[in-house]
Design a protein around this ligand. Structure first.
Ligand SMILES: Cc1cc2nc3c(=O)[nH]c(=O)nc-3n(C[C@H](O)[C@H](O)[C@H](O)COP(=O)(O)OP(=O)(O)OC[C@H]3O[C@@H](n4cnc5c(N)ncnc54)[C@H](O)[C@@H]3O)c2cc1C
Length: 478
C-alpha cells in the first residue's frame, strides 16, 4: 500500500524492551515480515515495532514449540524438520513471521486438512497498550455467561472486554475482524486482531509429525470439471465410514487458464512442466502417504478417470522434495507474475495502479456458482482477470489485471459486487488476508457484520486500548 511513513522504528529483542517502548509511545504499529496484502503493515506516522529480533525457538518436547513472533515460518519448518516435525498452517508466502500469521489468522493450502493458524496456537505472550505483559494459555480466561472476558489482574485494574454478539459465517477460514463466540477464549480475541489490540511477542504452537506427501498436477478443461475433481478428492479425504481416508488429501490448489497465461515461459521451463492447452487450467493436489504409496496412486488414478480427466497428471512421489518444490514454484509464479505485471504498468503509466483482488470463500457446495459469478461480473465490465486459490476450502482469489487507474477503480466496484454475492451464498469476502487499511475490505467488513458489529468491535478495542495506540486505522477508522 503506497504512502507509508513512520515516526520511528524499533526492533525490541526482549519482552521487557517491547513493554517499555509500548508504554512510552503514543502510537505504535506492530509488523512482522510486512507481507500483508491489505496495508495492515504500512505505517501512517506510527512508531513501527518490528519483531525481527524475537527469533528464539524452543522445543517443548510435548508436540509443542515456543517461538518468538519474528521467526519466519520457513525457518520454523527448517528447524522442526530436523526433528521430523511440521507446523501445518503456512501461507503460500512462507517468509511470513509467526506473529504476523497469528495476527491475521493466516491460512494456506493445507488449511483443508489442518485448519488456519487459530487451531494451532496454544498460548501467547502479548504486551498491552499500557505496557502490561499478558501470558495467556488457552483455558486461562474464557467469556462469562453474560458475555464478558475478565482479564487477569496483571493486565491492569479491573480490565474487562465485552464479547461481540455478531455471528461469524460458517466457512473453512475467516480473517474478518475480531473473533466472537459465546464462551470464547481470550487467546482467540488476539488471533486475527491484526495488531490492533496488543503486540504478540511469543507463541506456543502445536506441531505434528512431518508428513510424507506426494503431489499431483492435473489438467482440467472447465471450471465444472475442476470442481467435480476437487469434490471427488474431498470425498475420498473424508473418514465417514471410520478408519483412514482413502486419500489423505491435505490441499488442493486451483489455477485457471488466465492465471497460467500470466506465468512467463522461463518459469514453465525451469519447473519442467509443459503449458496446458489453451483454455485449460491446473489443479495441484497434495496427498499425504502413510504406507502404501502405490495404493494411493491407484486411488488417485480412479478419481481422475471418474472425473473424465484425459491428460496424464504430473505426479511427484514422496521423497522427491525438489520435484515438490518445482510444482510449488509454479503455483507461486502466478501471484508473483501478476505483481510484476502490475509494477510494470505502474511504472509505464506513472499512476497508482495497484493489486485489485478478492479473497472470497463460500461453502463448498456453492463453489461452481461463485466461480460463475466472478467470471460474469468481470466479463460484463470488460475487465481482464485471472482466478486462482485454495479450491479445497472454496477460497478463491479473483484478481483483476488492471491496465489503467480507471480499471483499478472499476475492478474495486466489481469486487464489492462479488463480495455481496458471496455473502448472499453464506460465504465471506475476507477469508485469509485480513482487512488492514484497505478501504474496500473495511467496507466489506462493515457489510458483513453491519454498523452495529463494527460498534461492538470498537467497544472491544476501547476496553483494551482506550487511547487507540495500536494500529490506528487498521480494521476500521480510528
Ligand atoms: C505472495 C503472497 C502469498 C500469500 N499467501 C497467503 C496465503 O496463502 N494465506 C494467507 O493467509 N496469507 C497469504 N498472504 C498474506 C500474508 O503473507 C499473510 O497475511 C501473513 O500472515 C502476514 O505475515 P507477516 O509476518 O508478513 O505480517 P505483516 O504483514 O508484517 O503484518 C500483518 C498484520 O499483522 C499485524 N502484526 C504483525 N506482527 C504482529 C505481532 N507480533 N503482534 C501483533 N500484530 C502483529 C500487523 O500490524 C498487520 O496488521 C500472502 C502474501 C503474499 C505476498
Amino acid at each position: 500500500m503506497p504512502g507509508g511513513f513512520a515516526a520511528g522504528i524499533a526492533f525490541p529483542a526482549s519482552i521487557e524492551e517491547a513493554a517499555a517502548l509500548i508504554a512510552a509511545a503514543p502510537r505504535v504499529l506492530p509488523i512482522g515480515a510486512q507481507s500483508s496484502l491489505t496495508g495492515g503493515a504500512t505505517p501512517r506516522g506510527d512508531v513501527i515495532i518490528g519483531t525481527r529480533a524475537l527469533t528464539e525457538i524452543a522445543r517443548l518436547g510435548d508436540g509443542r514449540v515456543r517461538a518468538g513472533a519474528g521467526v519466519p515460518l520457513v525457518e520454523l519448518q527448517r528447524v522442526l524438520a530436523g526433528d521430523r516435525l511440521y507446523y501445518p498452517p503456512v501461507p503460500t508466502y512462507d517468509g511470513a513471521f509467526v506473529g504476523g500469521t497469528i495476527a491475521t489468522n493466516a491460512a494456506g493450502p493445507a488449511t483443508f486438512k489442518y485448519g488456519s493458524a487459530r487451531r494451532w496456537v496454544d498460548a501467547i505472550t502479548v504486551v498491552l497498550a499500557n505496557g502490561a505483559v499478558l501470558e495467556l494459555q488457552r483455558g486461562d480466561v474464557t467469556a462469562s455467561a453474560d458475555g464478558w472476558l475478565e482479564l487477569p489482574p496483571t493486565a491492569g485494574p479491573r480490565l474487562r472486554v465485552p464479547v461481540p454478539t455478531y455471528v461469524m459465517p460458517d466457512v473453512a477460514k475467516l480473517s474478518a475482524g475480531y473473533f466472537a463466540r459465546p464462551g470464547m477464549d481470550l487467546v482467540d480475541l488476539f488471533i486475527g486482531s491484526e495488531g490492533t489490540l496488543g503486540f504478540i511477542t511469543h507463541a506456543t504452537l502445536r506441531v505434528v509429525p512431518l508428513p510424507r506427501r506426494c503431489v499431483a498436477l492435473v489438467t482440467f478443461s472447465s471450471d465444472a470439471q475442476a470442481v467435480r475433481l476437487t469434490a471427488a478428492l474431498r470425498a475420498r479425504a473424508g473418514t465417514a465410514g471410520g478408519g483412514a481416508p482413502a486419500l489423505d488429501v491435505s490441499a488442493v490448489e486451483f489455477m485457471d487458464s488466465r492465471a497460467l497465461a500470466l506465468v512467463p515461459d522461463e518459469i514453465f521451463q525451469r519447473t519442467n512442466i509443459a503449458r496446458p492447452p489453451p483454455g485449460a487450467g491446473f489443479v495441484l493436489a497434495q496427498i499425504e502417504v502413510r504406507d502404501n504409496e502405490d495404493e494411493v496412486l491407484e486411488t488417485l488414478a480412479d478419481v481422475l478417470s471418474e472425473c473424465d480427466v484425459d491428460a496424464d497428471p504430473h505426479v511427484v512421489q514422496t521423497g522427491d522434495d525438489r520435484g515438490v518444490a518445482r510444482l510449488f514454484a509454479l503455483r507461486e509464479g502466478v501471484p508473483s507474475s501478476l505483481n510484476a505485471l502490475i509494477a510494470a504498468t505502474r511504472a509505464r503509466l506513472q499512476q497508482d495502479v495497484e493489486k485489485t483482488a478478492g479473497d472470497m470463500i463460500v461453502p463448498f457446495d456453492r463453489l461452481e456458482e461463485s466461480l460463475a459469478l466472478y467470471r460474469s461480473t468481470f466479463e460484463r465490465d470488460r475487465l481482464e482477470y485471472a482466478i486462482w486459490g485454495h479450491v479445497s476450502d472454496g477460497n478463491m482469489h479473483p484478481n483483476v489485471i488492471p491496465r489503467s487507474l480507471d480499471e483499478v477503480h472499476r475492478g474495486r466496484t466489481a469486487i464489492l459486487e462479488i463480495a455481496r454475492g458471496v455473502m448472499a451464498m453464506g460465504g465471506a469476502p475476507l477469508a485469509e488476508h485480513g482487512v488492514g487499511r484497505s478501504a474496500l475490505k473495511q467496507q466489506m467488513l462493515r457489510e458483513l457484520y453491519g454498523d452495529s458489529g463494527i460498534d461492538e468491535m470498537r467497544a472491544v478495542k476501547r476496553a483494551l486500548d482506550p487511547d487507540w495506540k495500536f494500529a490506528a486505522g487498521v480494521l476500521f477508522a480510528a
